[in-house]
Write a protein that binds this ligand. Structure first.
Ligand code: 5GP
Length: 211
């Protein structure tokens, strides 16, 4: 269906594999645009500025908040993260489905601003797996890993506010399921109010002509 794209939010526990899911989704299908966030945290080895994040100092981040350049933002384990507004608005107008890979506070802000957004929460099969994946990544200290686990426990409280859960047991299958769910959401009557309104008007016109 032509027109505006869908706004998609993908959240999940640290180590849930949500980043890999988004990358795979972008590679496989061309209807998606990935929103690169701004953050005040330091780059991890291999992360590129402008690709993984816009790595910016805290002063610049605060300026962006002030200038309303961010669609949403949140603090997560002592750093700021936010979604630059302009890219998202442009891509939605182009008809792209825009992916925001963001944490729960930001996700709920998006839901307030854009009730038609579709929210996904990615979960590994169990909690031990979250810890194993964070440990296996080898990029954070034990202290930071435990803070991220704690944050995970808090985030577990908001999962019920999401539209869909994605259990990430097998990457390929999870990506296929995600794509199919997006396509179903696109056809939901509540996301196609313009189309429904047009059909109703057409019926009215029809009966004007046919008595
Ligand atoms: P990480 O430091 O592991 O890259 O990200 C930490 C958390 O911040 C993840 O849950 C990630 O989804 C979230 N995050 C990344 N970008 C944004 C953003 O623009 N806004 C919000 N609210 N969270 C974000």
């Amino acid at each position: 269906m032509a027109g505006r794209g869908l706004l998609l939010v993908i959240s999940g526990f640290a180590g849930s594999g949500k980043g890999t899911i988004c990358k795979e989704l972008m590679q496989r299908y061309d209807n998606y645009a990935f929103s690169v966030s701004a953050t005040t945290r330091d780059p991890r080895p291999g992360e590129q500025d402008g690709v993984d994040y816009f790595f910016i100092p805290k002063e610049r981040f605060l300026e962006m908040i002030e200038a309303k350049e961010l669609l949403e933002y949140a603090q997560y384990v002592s750093n700021y993260y936010g979604t630059p507004r302009k890219y998202v608005e442009e891509k939605l107008l182009e008809g792209k489905d825009v992916i925001l890979e963001i944490e729960c506070q930001g996700a709920l802000q998006v839901k307030e601003l854009f009730p038609e957004a579709v929210l996904f929460f990615v979960m590994p099969p169990n909690v031990q797996e979250i810890y194993n994946r964070l440990k296996g990544r080898g990029t954070e200290t034990e202290e930071v890993i435990l803070k991220r686990m704690k944050r995970g426990q808090e985030e577990a409280e908001t999962i019920a506010k999401y539209d869909y859960l994605l259990i990430n047991d097998d990457l390929n299958e999870t990506v296929t399921r995600l794509h199919e769910t997006v396509n179903s959401a696109r056809n939901a009557a509540e996301r196609n109010k313009d189309l429904v309104a047009r059909i109703r008007e057409e019926f009215v016109s029809f009966f004007k002509e046919h008595g």
